[in-house]
Structures are given as C-alpha cells and as structure tokens.
Write a protein that binds this ligand. Sequence first.
Ligand SMILES: Cc1cc2nc3c(=O)[nH]c(=O)nc-3n(C[C@H](O)[C@H](O)[C@H](O)COP(=O)(O)O)c2cc1C
Length: 253
Amino acid sequence: MPELKETRGFQYLENSRFDRTSIQNLQRPAIARVETFKRYSPITSIPLPRTWSLDEERITLLLQNRRSLRKYSKEPLNLEHLAFMLWASQGITGQAGNYFFRATPSAGALYPVETYLSAHSIEGLAAGLYHFDVEHFALDRLTDQDKAEEVAQACLNQKFISQAAVVFLWTGVFRRAMSKYGDRGMRYILLDAGQICQSVMIAAEAVACGGCPVGAFYDSELNQLLQIDGEEESILYAASVGRKLEPGIDHRP
Ligand SMILES: Cc1cc2nc3c(=O)[nH]c(=O)nc-3n(C[C@H](O)[C@H](O)[C@H](O)COP(=O)(O)O)c2cc1C
C-alpha cells in the first residue's frame, strides 16, 4: 500500500481540487451527456402509495436517535414505509421549467445517483431486485428472485445485510455530473450519494425502522447483480434497512 500522497485516492482528490488560479482556465469537459432518468422498457411497473402524513415535527428526536442498526425484527417492512424512504431520499418535490427538484440536494440538479433495492421482506412486494423509477414514483422489477444472500456476500459477507428487510443500492451514472464538472464531478457524485443515504436513515427512524450504511463491498459483484457495466454506471454505496426490535428506543445521553 503506497504512502498517503501516492495513493490513487489522494491523487484523485488533489487533481479535482479547485484553486483560485486553475479555476480561471477551467474548460467544459468533452464528455457526452446522458439522460437524467433511467427508463426500463418493457418492465413490470409497481405504483407506490403516498399515504404518509407530513405533519411530523420530530426532527431533533429523529436525528438524536438515529444509530446504525444491524439487528432487525423478523416482521416484514410496510410498502408504505419503504415508499416514504424512497420519497424522502429521491422523490420529486418541486419543478422549475424543465427541472425537477428532489427531496435530497444534488450538485447542479443533475441527480447522478440511481437507487436500486434488494427487497427481502416487504409486505405486498415480491422479494427481488428493483430499480426506483423516480419519474413515476414506482419500482421497476428487475428480477423476482430473492438476492439477499448474494448481496450480503458481495458486501464482504456482512451477515446482518442478508437479514435486513431491504437493502438500498446506490449507483452513479458518471456522465450526468462529469459531463458538466469533469474530474470534480466525481466528488459531487459521492457527496450526493452520502446525502441520499442519510435521508433514508432519517426517514427509516421516522417509521420505527433503522438501517446501516454500507461502504464495504466488492464493486464488480454488486455491479454484476444489478447488470450495470461498472464504467458508465457503477455501485457507490449501500444501506440495509429493517424494522427495529425495540421501536421505542431512545439514544439520548
Ligand atoms: C461511508 C460509510 C460506510 C460504512 N460502511 C459500513 C459497512 O460496510 N458495514 C458496517 O457495518 N457499517 C458501515 N458503516 C456504518 C458506520 O460503522 C457507523 O456509521 C459508525 O460506526 C457510527 O455509528 P452510528 O452510525 O451508529 O452513529 C458505514 C458508514 C459510512 C458513513
């Protein structure tokens, strides 16, 4: 393993830094654009319910009580609760002209992150892999085979992941951000993914669930499961989510 400054990670960070001089000569990258929404066709499309109330004022408690949760109740998750988590993270919440804004911010409103689900135990939803269709607030079914074990294995065999009701899998469609921002766009993609995950964690807390962010995985194995190429689109981040064993738990010191 090389010393810090010789690592590709550090060099990437350095090469994508803005400074007052280099920013003057910044040019638009010669990277072709791609569409904002990923559309599957033909595919089974499952409409999602919008039945939650928006009158919650518990944000302090939600933030205080969020903890990475790695033990879950065996009870299946409600589809309504899953839909709430999807809306809270990537749901469309506004429009200005042709721009659709979402619940979680995104650099340049380019939304380079796609959401997939490995559903294991959701009431009213067959186990399998799904893609979140942001545009129509629906799930595209990719397979109805339960992939919970395979997902956990791809996540460095972390057992708790196979016991979660659902695993969120977030990918980056690099051209969406990099065709505008070049190297620096890679940072924005990673930052977007982090914010999306936190939104899911807080939304989970609001519905007596909990989750654990997961950054440890074999990239190519998850890419293969999702049937994405790892170049134009690649896995960035994941999170397991399930119902709490003790819903009333309060972590205040
Ligand atoms: C980028 C990132 C990657 C993570 N990856 C994993 C993981 O692969 N496995 C795991 O058990 N926890 C993972 N975690 C959870 C952290 O261990 C956890 O957030 C940390 O211990 C702080 O605890 P808290 O989330 O309960 O506050 C990850 C967290 C982040 C932010």
